[in-house]
Ligand binder design. Structure first.
Ligand code: ZN
Ligand code: ZN
Ligand code: FE
Length: 756
């Protein structure tokens, strides 16, 4: 990788061992020529392997002997412009300890400087325009280095040797504070002034590493309520930033895994269970059992948090579903109604990158969103397909894209929902950028089977061979590829919706998969989804559809009783839609079942953001600790041999429990138990018939900790080997990776066939 201080490392190593020669960055990696005693050259090679600099990952070392040239010094050469671009680009990294020490030392020339960085930390992916990695190809190019910075930059023994974004107060970016109407606010210290305003209950738009945050005091009820009103966000939890791990431990229950994630250089948002009496406003994360917490990751954040705020809300600067704002002009236009002031700087963000979100489930970290700090680090593919690179465009919601290069898959930052024009434009930019910086010219485009997705349309327009990959197969393939597995596994894929091979809406699927193909052996009972997409928001519609499947004629009376506000005209219309099969596609979605149950238990009647109802249902289930009751789901064999799981049985059990006075939390817990149990039963059935012992779990519903913990324990107790996603999200953000893996494997198999 470039920008990790590899050349200074080689330089000091050679000096220590008394070797002569030179070292250079090349788009293909680092090239060094050394000359000296046999023993010293051997120790040099050993050290390259055993103790590279902290941020470096050495993929491979190749060497050959050449005749000595009689050099008598060691030099560091400038970047070569030509050659294959096979080096890796680093993700952005949190401010390192050395830089933190310098910025808090009053006699340091970078004392309290908001843009301090070095070869071990700072911006990378978000500022790189092109390769090779050089200041002139980053958004730091307008800033000419001052003599002091240049001296450090050119000194091979310095921590900032060829630190491309290096700068100081004399030569680097500066902060400015603007009011909401765009006029400059005169003040000595824009940062101090921003802090003063936040303390007074104002909302500030703060330009960060990958985009803008909206910041306000998380302990201030009115400020939080104001932010909710302005952002048109009623319930979706806001992310918060706290000063350090100790501050985080005061507001939530941190385990060792969470602590490690919080303080990692990637600095993701970590979802952690709240503590009672945490002192934050209820409106920070209403109806949620956890907070999304992160630690400061830029010098600016560290200074913001040095004040004694319990926590700051740091939510992404956008209206609900739009991409995060990242340029100063864009932010001023789009956020003017949201923020009271703008803390800006003049280093541009080339690629907007949202904060990543992770959660620890059963001692393992899971991605809900993989973006800043991780993109574009590669994930290994199970096969090397040099020469036939692949672009995978993902599905539609929570999208990422993925390109492959030899044995690696490079997952982009989080692109978001491709349902609006700004997101689609940002998607096209992401594709171009990834192909550019990785120097990949794809020969195949992998896409979802859904004919209507914008990603599908884009794939068709590329004019390259197309590889369609079924959505749920891609989910399972993402797990398999991460684990390096290509042979048959039992795949359990639960999510909101994916286009089925038969054109149906799938989402609760049991399949036998290898990496190239799959066979579905079971599915949840298909129920009508009244109004199509509308019903994925209005959870009461799904509740009613399930009531009809479970109770037939009695459904209307039960709906009146259990779904407040749904009686009368609306109910009559939906009922007629279902009878006449008008705009009522059938769905086997697990996500919709969670929606329905959340509505039936009176927990959530409307998804105002992605997966709101399932998340609130899960939070309720957690309240009934130790509950082990469940509802049995019957099974039926369909004509084509598929097993249908009768989810209406579960609904029947749940309704009778709820009406019989069992508490909401107990019903929610029993529901989770029932889903884990039906999944286990299907895996047992598959094992009986096929002797396959490995289960892969994926899909957005597998981000449900409550369900996953139970299911994992049951499967392992029954002797299954269970595969889960680790480096890519189980939700739709991991689909592009799964698509790429399937396409790669199919190509390899086809190649093999031809050779045989
Ligand atoms: Zn540093
Ligand atoms: Zn300088
Ligand atoms: Fe999905």
């Amino acid at each position: 990788m470039q920008g990790v201080g590899f050349r200074p490392f080689v330089y000091s190593l050679a000096a220590r061992l008394g070797l002569y020669g030179h070292v250079a960055n090349d788009p293909a990696g680092v090239i060094t020529e050394i000359e000296g005693e046999q023993e010293a050259t051997e120790r040099f090679l050993d050290a390259l392997r055993s103790s590279p600099p902290p941020m470096a990952r050495v993929a491979s070392i190749t060497f050959r002997e050449i005749p000595p040239t009689g050099e008598t010094g060691f030099s560091v050469r400038l970047s070569a412009q030509h050659g294959a671009r096979t080096t890796l680009i680093l993700p952005d990294m949190a401010t390192c300890g050395d830089c933190l020490r310098e910025m808090s030392a009053p006699d340091d020339r970078r004392y309290r400087y908001a843009f301090i960085n070095c070869t071990n930390c700072g911006p990378r992916y978000t500022i790189i325009r092109d390769l090779p990695y050089d200041r002139s190809r980053t958004t730091m190019s307008p800033f000419e280095m001052c003599p002091d910075c240049r001296r450090e930059y050119e000194d091979p023994a310095n921590r900032r040797f060829h630190a491309e974004p290096t700068c100081c107060p004399a030569c680097g970016p500066r902060l400015r504070l603007l009011s909401s109407d765009g006029t400059e606010i005169a003040c000595d210290d824009p940062l101090e002034e921003t802090i003063r305003r936040i303390r007074a209950g104002r909302i500030a738009a703060v330009k960060g590493l990958g985009g803008f945050h909206l910041a306000c005091d998380a302990a201030n009820q009115e400020a939080v309520a104001l932010l909710r009103r302005r952002k048109h966000r009623d319930h979706k939890p806001f992310a918060i930033m706290v000063r350090d791990v100790r501050a985080a431990a005061r507001i939530c229950r941190i385990g060792p895994e969470e602590e490690a994630l919080l303080s990692s250089p990637e600095r993701p948002i970590v979802l952690i269970e709240k503590r009672e009496g945490n002192g934050l406003a209820e409106g920070v994360a209403p109806r949620s059992a956890s907070f999304g917490v992160m630690l400061p990751y830029t010098p600016l954040h560290h200074m913001l948090m040095a004040e004694d705020f319990t926590a700051l809300i740091m939510t992404s600067g956008n209206f609900s579903d739009e991409p995060i704002a990242h340029s100063n002009e864009d932010a001023r236009v789009r956020l003017s109604g949201l923020a009271d002031c703008f803390l800006l700087h003049d280093r541009s963000i080339h690629i907007r990158t949202d904060d990543s979100v992770v959660q620890v489930i059963a001692q393992r970290s899971r991605f809900l969103r993989r973006s800043r700090g991780y993109a574009p680090a590669p994930v290994k593919l199970p096969c090397d397909i040099s020469g036939g690179e692949i672009l995978a465009v993902g599905p539609e919601l929570n999208n990422t894209i993925c390109v492959t290069r030899s044995g690696n898959a490079f997952l982009s930052h989080h692109v978001g929902d491709l349902q609006n024009v700004p997101a689609y434009e940002s998607f096209i930019q992401a594709v171009r950028h990834m192909e550019d910086i990785l120097a990949v010219k794809p020969s195949v485009v992998a896409r979802d089977m859904h004919p209507g997705y914008l990603s599908t349309r884009y794939a068709m327009e590329r004019g390259l061979p197309i590889e369609p990959v079924q959505h749920h197969h891609a989910h399972i393939a993402s797990v398999m590829a991460e684990a390096g597995r290509t042979d048959r596994v039992i795949g359990v894929s639960f999510d909101g919706m994916g286009w089925g091979r038969d054109g149906g809406l799938w989402g609760g699927e049991f399949m036998l998969c290898d990496l190239a193909d799959f066979e579905r052996f079971g599915s949840l009972e298909a129920v009508p989804q009244p109004g199509g997409d509308v019903a994925s928001k209005d959870t009461r519609r799904m509740a009613y559809a399930f009531l009809r499947a479970a109770f037939g004629r009695d459904a209307d009376a039960l709906a009146c009783e259990m779904l407040p506000g749904f009686a009368g005209e609306e109910l009559r219309i939906i009922s007629r839609m279902i009878e006449k099969r008008v705009n009522c596609p059938l769905t086997s979605s697990m996500g919709r079942l969670f929606d329905a149950v959340a509505a039936l238990l009176g927990i959530c009647g409307f998804n105002s953001f992605h997966a709101q109802a399932p998340m609130e249902l899960e939070a309720k289930a957690r309240e009934a600790k130790g509950e082990d009751g469940f509802y049995e789901a019957g099974r039926a064999r369909l004509l084509d041999g598929m097993i249908e799981v009768r989810t209406s049985d579960i609904v029947r059990g749940l309704v009778s429990d709820a009406r019989g006075g069992a508490g909401v939390a107990v019903c929610a817990a029993r529901f989770h138990n029932s889903i884990a149990r039906l999944a286990l039963d299907m895996c047992l059935e598959a094992r009986k018939n096929t002797c396959v012992e490995t289960v892969a779990l994926s899909g957005g519903v597998m981000a449900n900790a409550c369900l996953l913990e139970r299911l994992l324990a049951m499967l392992e107790k029954d002797g299954f080997e269970v595969l889960l996603n680790a480096d890519v999200p189980p939700g739709d953000g991991g689909v592009s990776f799964g698509q790429a893996a399937v396409a790669a494997w199919r190509r390899r198999c086809a190649l093999q066939c031809r050779l045989e």
